[in-house]
Design a protein around this ligand. Structure first.
Ligand SMILES: [Mn+2]
Length: 448
C-alpha cells in the first residue's frame, strides 16, 4: 500500500472550513484501562484522527497550518523502560514518511511548535486541548463538521483499502458457505469468520458479527450467536465484515442450513435479491438516497403481492408504508472508517418519521466517491406484525394467514458495499456470491 494521504485529508478538511489561515490541531485516542485492573481495552483510534493521520496507535497528535499548507505529526516519546514492554518504535522520520507528513515532532513539543506558527485561530478536536489555551479557539463543531464532510468523499487510497476489506470479507463469507454444516453453533461461524479475516490482514471485525439462524434472523441486531443450526430447512443470516487498514466492510449473506433453500425461503430470498439488484442498478450521482429506499420498498411490495402476503393496490400499499412492517430498517448507510460512517444527515436535514424510513441512516444526494451499503431485507418480526395487525390502515393490506405460512423463514438480508462513480457505481462486494444457484452450489459442497 502506498503512503497514507494524511496531508491530502487535511487539505480536504481545511477547504471545508472556509479559512485561509489558522491551525488545525487534532489529538488521537489514548490507551484505556479496565477499572481496577491493569488490563487494556482493545485500542480503537478516534476515527476523525485516523482520517487526518493514518495512525492507528495511541498517544499521537497532528497539526496542519492552513496558510503554509504544512502537515505536522506529533509522536509520543517512548522511554527505554517503556520500550521493554512495547518494543522500540519507529523514528520520527520513519513515522513522518509512512504517513505523508511534512514534519514530525514529539508530543511533548506541541506547545513550542504551535508557538512558532503563531496561529490566528486554532481549530481543534476533541475538546479541551490544553496546548492551545493561549490562542483564539474556534468552536469544536466547526472542525467536526468539516472533517465529517471530508470523510464522506473517499479518495483513491481509501477506495482501494475498502476494496481490499471487501475482498477479504467476501472470501471469508464464501468459506462459511462452503464449510458450515447442520449442527454447528452460530458462534462457531463467527469465530471462523474472524479467524479468516485476521489471517488476511484485518485488524478486527468491523462490528459485532450477526450469525442468526431461522427465527433469530428476525432480530435485527441479534448478537447472542449461541444457537445450533439444527434444522436444515432454516436459513442462516450472516452479517459480518472485517476492518482492514482501519476501514470497515459490512456484508450480509443469507443461505440455507441444508444444501438447498426451501420453497418459502427461496421466494422471500428472490424478492430481497430483486430489491437489491434494482437499487444497485439505480445508484448514481444526483439520485437521492431515500428514493433508493422507496425503490426497494416498491420492488418488495410487488413481490409480496405476488406471494399473497400483501393484498390491494400498489399505490395504496406504498402510500401507507406497509413494506416498512417487513423491512423495518433503512436501505443502507455510508461506510468508511466507521461501519455506520459520518455525514449521513448533512446540517439541516431531518429524519422522515415513517415506518422503515425512520431508521434510514442517510438522507442526501449521491455523489461520486461516496461509499454506501445496499442492504434490503424482509423479516417476519412478531412484535412488528402485531403492531401492523392492530393498525387498520395497514392491516387491510396484509393477509396474516399467508404471513403465518412464511413466518419460519425468519428474515433475509443481502448487503453489498458500493462506491458511487461518475457514471453509476462500482460494487466492492462483487466477489461474494448471492445468486441462488451460486449460493446453493457452495452449500452443496459443504455436504459433498
Ligand atoms: Mn450495514
Amino acid at each position: 500500500m502506498t503512503t497514507y494521504p494524511a496531508k491530502q485529508h487535511f487539505v480536504a478538511t481545511a477547504a471545508r472550513l472556509g479559512a485561509d489561515t489558522g491551525v488545525i490541531l487534532v489529538y488521537g485516542s489514548e490507551t484505556l484501562i479496565h477499572p481496577d485492573s491493569d488490563t487494556e481495552y482493545e485500542f480503537h483510534q478516534n476515527s476523525n484522527f485516523y482520517y487526518l493521520s493514518g495512525v492507528a496507535e495511541p498517544g499521537f497528535a497532528a497539526a496542519y497550518d492552513i496558510g503554509t499548507r504544512t502537515a505536522i505529526l506529533f509522536v509520543p516519546h517512548v522511554s527505554a523502560d517503556e520500550a521493554v514492554w512495547i518494543g522500540v518504535p519507529p523514528s520520527l522520520e520513519e513515522y513522518r514518511a509512512a504517513h505523508g507528513f511534512d514534519a514530525a515532532h514529539y508530543t511533548k513539543d506541541i506547545s513550542e511548535v504551535l508557538g512558532a506558527l503563531k496561529p490566528s485561530v486554532v481549530f481543534t478536536l476533541p475538546e479541551n486541548a490544553s496546548a492551545c489555551n493561549a490562542y483564539s479557539l474556534a468552536p469544536v463543531e466547526k472542525l467536526r463538521a468539516a472533517v465529517h464532510e471530508a470523510r464522506v468523499y473517499k479518495d483513491d487510497y481509501e477506495i482501494e483499502v475498502m476494496r481490499r476489506a471487501n475482498q477479504i470479507s467476501s472470501a471469508a463469507h464464501v468459506t462459511l458457505m462452503r464449510e458450515a454444516r447442520q449442527g454447528m453453533i452460530e458462534t462457531e461461524l463467527r469465530g471462523r469468520f474472524v479467524g479468516l479475516v485476521l489471517a488476511q490482514g484485518c485488524s478486527y471485525e468491523a462490528y459485532g458479527s450477526i450469525v442468526a439462524k431461522g427465527r433469530n434472523a428476525a432480530v435485527l441486531h441479534y448478537t447472542k450467536n449461541n444457537m445450533a443450526l439444527d434444522d436444515a430447512r432454516d436459513v442462516v443470516l450472516v452479517d459480518a465484515g472485517g476492518t482492514f487498514g482501519n476501514y470497515a466492510s459490512d456484508i450480509t449473506r443469507t443461505w440455507p442450513v441444508g444444501p438447498k433453500f426451501t420453497d418459502n425461503a427461496r421466494e422471500i430470498y428472490s424478492i430481497v435479491l430483486d430489491m437489491q439488484k434494482t437499487v444497485i442498478e439505480a445508484c448514481a450521482p444526483l439520485k437521492q438516497w431515500e428514493d433508493m429506499h422507496m425503490l426497494a420498498a416498491r420492488v418488495a411490495a410487488e413481490g409480496l403481492l405476488r406471494l399473497g402476503i400483501l393484498t390491494g393496490d400498489i399505490a395504496s400499499i406504498m402510500a401507507n408504508h406497509v413494506v416498512g412492517y417487513f423491512m423495518p430498517h433503512g436501505i443502507g448507510h455510508l461506510i468508511g472508517i466507521d461501519t455506520h460512517d459520518v455525514g449521513g444527515y448533512p446540517a439541516g436535514t431531518e429524519r422522515i418519521n415513517k415506518p422503515g424510513l425512520r431508521y434510514l441512516r442517510a438522507r442526501r444526494q449521491m455523489q461520486p466517491r461516496m461509499v454506501f451499503t445496499v442492504e434490503p431485507g424482509l423479516y417476519f418480526v412478531d412484535a412488528i406484525l402485531a403492531e401492523a395487525q392492530a393498525t387498520p390502515s395497514v392491516a387491510q393490506f396484509i393477509d396474516f394467514d399467508v404471513v403465518k405460512h412464511y413466518r419460519s423463514v425468519g428474515g433475509v438480508r443481502i448487503e453489498d458495499n458500493i462506491v458511487i462513480t461518475e457514471s453509476g457505481n462500482d460494487n466492492l462486494t462483487s466477489e461474494c456470491p448471492k445468486e441462488i444457484a451460486d449460493v446453493e452450489a457452495l452449500r452443496a459442497s459443504a455436504y459433498a
